[in-house]
Ligand binder design. Structure first.
Ligand code: SF4
Length: 380
């Protein structure tokens, strides 16, 4: 028996419409307006080490990263930018503090964008006119990146600490300097390590203008803490339509930042969901080792590109009902696994065959979806 699963006709719902922002270009990636929310990361290699940096950028590209940032603290790093910008498959942003000369070098190097920090902007303030002119000539965009840890000393004195208002005042001041010179191709970030302060700052900033916003919780911490802080903060903002590009900062390899960023967007239906493993938490009723099963299925299906929901359930009490809601699922019990495809039990296999059967079926469905977009269920 074959059952046509069909595909959803409408895009999945989001919690709020995206806030209307001005659109800019970061190389080939559009940011703001109706462009999808993009995911960024930053390399951890020495930028001057071109090959190692390009290798890490290639890994980031493969993981789904849209835009990459590289630090540029020295002349050697600035000298490496032309080759990196030329060979990277995703737009490169040069991250520049203190040294205006590197801003010009990055623009000349063909970087898609340059990040400047208003905290050390006095060095830049007098040169905004020249920076704006050079950026305009080369089609380079700018990120005004305010950071709580390097807030303009004038504002630190005025507010006593890096409050949301202080972060926003710094950003708006710098934005006005660029706008005075008729330069509008910039986005803004106001990062703080406290998600509450960060969220409030972005809310205030989004009320103050239509600039595209780059979201980030700065120094969010090691993977576990940083993932939670970023998810909470980005979730609070994105669920109100605020945010045009995101960077999850983790004390972990940058590919992990991209994975978390993509998962946040997928959770909010701001990116198409790809593989989603729905596994039960297990409980006293479990008749199978759900953790191992879920891990093995996840590992076996890594990299799958189709929006497939796979349910791994530990028992036959709630298992069948929940597995039915997924595209593919298993409900285990009595040493066996009932394999479901879109609500139909297609077969029952011994426990030792559950993982390989799920993987086999997932690959079959993925292939069908790739060919026709419409998988079928065949009950054997
Ligand atoms: S599916 Fe069964 S084992 Fe898993 S949490 Fe629910 S009741 Fe417990």
């Amino acid at each position: 028996m074959s059952i046509n699963l069909g595909m959803p006709a409408l895009p999945p719902p989001t919690l709020a419409p995206r806030r209307k922002t001005r659109q800019i270009k970061v190389g080939k990636v559009l940011v703001g307006g109706d462009a999808p929310v993009s995911v960024q990361s930053m390399t951890t290699t020495l930028t001057a080490d071109v090959n190692t940096t390009l290798q890490q950028i290639a890994e980031l590209t493969a993981s789904g990263c849209d835009i990459v940032r590289v630090a540029c603290p020295s002349q050697d790093d600035a000298d490496a930018l032309p080759e990196i910008a030329q060979h990277s498959q995703i737009p490169v942003i040069a991250d520049i503090h203190f040294q205006p000369k590197y801003v010009f070098a990055a623009i000349e190097a063909g970087c898609a964008a340059v990040r400047v920090n208003p905290g050390n902007i006095r060095k830049f303030d007098d040169q905004v006119k020249e920076i704006a002119a050079a950026a305009k000539d080369h089609g380079t965009s700018i990120r005004i990146g305010v950071n709580a840890g390097s807030l303009d000393p004038r504002l630190l004195k005025k507010y006593g600490k890096a409050t949301p208002e202080a972060l926003v005042e710094s950003a708006v001041w710098e934005a006005s300097l660029f706008e005075e010179h008729d330069f509008h191709d910039f986005k803004i970030s106001v990062k703080h390590n406290d998600p509450v302060v960060m969220v409030r700052a972005y809310e205030l900033l989004s009320e103050a203008g239509d600039w595209p916003l780059h979201l980030g919780v700065t120094e969010a911490g090691p993977a576990f803490q940083g993932t939670i802080k970023s998810s909470v903060a980005f979730g609070a903002l994105l669920s109100k339509g605020i945010g045009d590009t995101i960077r999850v900062s983790l004390s972990a390899p940058p590919v992990e930042e991209v994975k978390v960023g993509l998962q946040i967007l997928q959770s909010l239906n701001l990116r198409e969901r790809k593989l989603e493993i729905v596994s039960c938490p297990s409980c006293g009723r479990a008749q199978v080792d759900v953790y191992t099963l879920a891990e093995q299925v996840t590992a076996g299906l890594e990299g799958m590109e189709v929006p497939l929901r796979v349910a791994v359930m530990g028992c036959v009490v709630n298992g069948p009902g929940e597995a039915r809601e997924a595209d593919l699922g298993v409900a285990s019990g009595n040493g066996k696994g009932q394999i479901f495809v879109k609500g139909e039990v297609i077969k029952t296999v011994p426990e030792s065959k559950i993982v390989e059967t799920l993987i086999e079926e997932a690959l079959r469905i993925a292939e069908e979806m790739g060919e026709t977009g419409e998988p079928t269920v065949t009950v054997s």
